[in-house]
Each structure stands twice: as C-alpha cells, then as structure tokens.
Design a protein around this ligand. Sequence first.
Ligand code: PBG
Length: 344
Amino acid sequence: MPDNHPSLGYIQKSETEPFRRLRRLRMKEAFRSMVRETELSRGDLIYPLFVIPGTKTRKEISSMPGVFQLSIDEIVKECAEVKDLGIPAVILFGIPEHKDETGSEAYNEAGIVQRAIRSIKKEIPELVVITDVCLCEYTSHGHCGIVRGNEILNDESIELLAREALTHAQAGADIVAPSDMFDGRVQVIRRILDENNFHHTPIMSYAAKYASGFYGPFREAAESTPQFGDRRSHQMDPANSNEALREVEQDILEGADIVMVKPALSYLDIIRRVKDRFAMPTAAYNVSGEYSMIKAAGRNGWIDEGRVMMEVLTSIKRAGADLILTYFAKEAAKVLQEERKLRK
Ligand code: PBG
C-alpha cells in the first residue's frame, strides 16, 4: 500500500474465501484472446453496393464518406476487391434511369440490378450476390409499393415484388432479400421462385424492420426518399419488441431462410430475442445512419473511428447476429486480415 493511501482495513483477505480476481485473465493479451467469447470474422460480413447507370462513374455519397454509387463496370471492380478481402457476399441496390408510379424498372429483365448481377456473376462467380427486393428506389413517389390515394397497397405491391425477385434470380442472384415489410411477400416470392425452378434460391427477409430515422443517408444514396408521407404504415414502431417476434415467426412460416433485424444498434435486444427464440440464421443491418454517425464523429476527432467500428460490429455479433450487413465491411475486413497475420 503506498504511504499516501493507507489501507482502510475493509478488505479482509482470507485463505478460505479469497475474492474472485476477475482481472487475472485480463492481464495479458494472450489470456484475453484465449477467453474471448465473441469473434468477428470476415465471413460474417455482407457489403452493400449501389448501382447506377453509365460507365466509369463513381459518385461519393456526401452523407456517407467512403461509400459510392457505382456504374456496373466499377461495381465489378469493387466486387473483385471485396472478394479478395475475404468478404463472402454483397447486397445490391439499384438506382434506375427512369422511375414511374409502379416502379417498373424494378422487374425489368434488363434493369440496372439485373444487368449488374449478370456482370458480377460472369467475372466473380464465387462471390455471393444478394439483391434487395423493394420498389422504393424505382417508384416516382419513393414508396415501397403501389400507392392509391394515401394508402400504400399491400397485395398489389407484393405481386410486383415477386416479379422483381424472379428477375433477380433469373439474372443469377444467389439470394433475394425482400425489404418492403408488406404482409405475405415471403410466401408469394417463395411460390414464384419454386414455380420457376428456383427451389434452391434462399430468401433473406428483412423480417423485423423498423420505421427508423437511421435510414436518412441511405435515402440519399438510393435516391428513394418518399415524396409524401412516411413508411410507418408498413415498417415497425421502434417501441415494439414482441411484435418483432410475430413478424419473424410469420416470415419463417412463409419460407424465409435467413431473418434480418434492422437497424442493428438500437435493436440489439431484438437481435438477441430473435436468435434465442428461433435459432435461425440471423442477419442484422448496421444501417447508413449508424455508419455516418461514426464517420462524422471520427472525422471530428471525437472518437477513434476504427476502434468504435470494431466495437460496434462485435456488439452486433455478440447480440446474436450470424451475418452483418455493413458499409464498414471492407474496412473491418482489412483490420481482421491484419490481426490474423499478426497472430501467425
Ligand atoms: C428499402 C431499404 C432501405 C434500406 C435498405 N433497404 C430504406 C428504407 O426502408 O427507407 C436502408 C438501409 C440503410 O439505411 O443503410 N429498399
């Protein structure tokens, strides 16, 4: 005991009841890594990409530093890099040349995403190509389905989503991921895929997707801001948790192979409940706003960006996610690759 901190005598050491020294296993990195409970790996990551018309075009998204809208030729280059980094999959979002009331470019066989899939699968067949199945990037009003008056129609919209999913599968998509949150879409998509011999194309459903303010930067990236109203009539209320279990259960009954919770960070409790209840392959979407906050604070020197990135991704994994969709995928893969080299 240093002289200026005399022991107060409260701590009584006894041979029979020693207190537990939890710090023992924190004393050196070798110990810490031996008892580490959660290990993020590159194989957990899915990298989102935004496809735009044209060639040789890379447009940085101002609210998402380091994320670009890319023309198909650039996407192919990006995908080669993603694969070399050990990331197994990408998810594609398309920004079409024309938008209309019914989002017809979404289910055009020669649409932007369909062409991108063909090019990627031709050049890098091993990379898993997932497609986001939604209409919001393709409709002139920015809604995820057909609108009549003030209502976003359910049954009419899911027919179109099914057509969209089928054209993605026909173009070579490995997994389709409906992100609309309409009722019954997984069932209709499963049926159309099966009828067309795509029995083996899995569905990753955005099963518990919340009406979240964290999608702000994405809407700039995907040019999909609703022109009126919002998405609260189909996306979930952030205050609800039991309802998320009902949503997930429904999607599983309808045939979802992977279920997703979105966003991730404000919904870690939901990820944990979903994983514990259903024990399904579970994905979490670390969304645009979650990315931008870290980038912004990092750029201001307020936080150590790289460290916070790894902490956040590890927390999502620890909560129960098997897969993480994240704009940090490439940066995180580089960190994980370095760590692996150091360990060898
Ligand atoms: C809908 C879709 C959205 C996101 C993924 N798919 C936006 C929305 O629901 O408004 C958001 C992803 C993100 O914020 O990173 N196609």
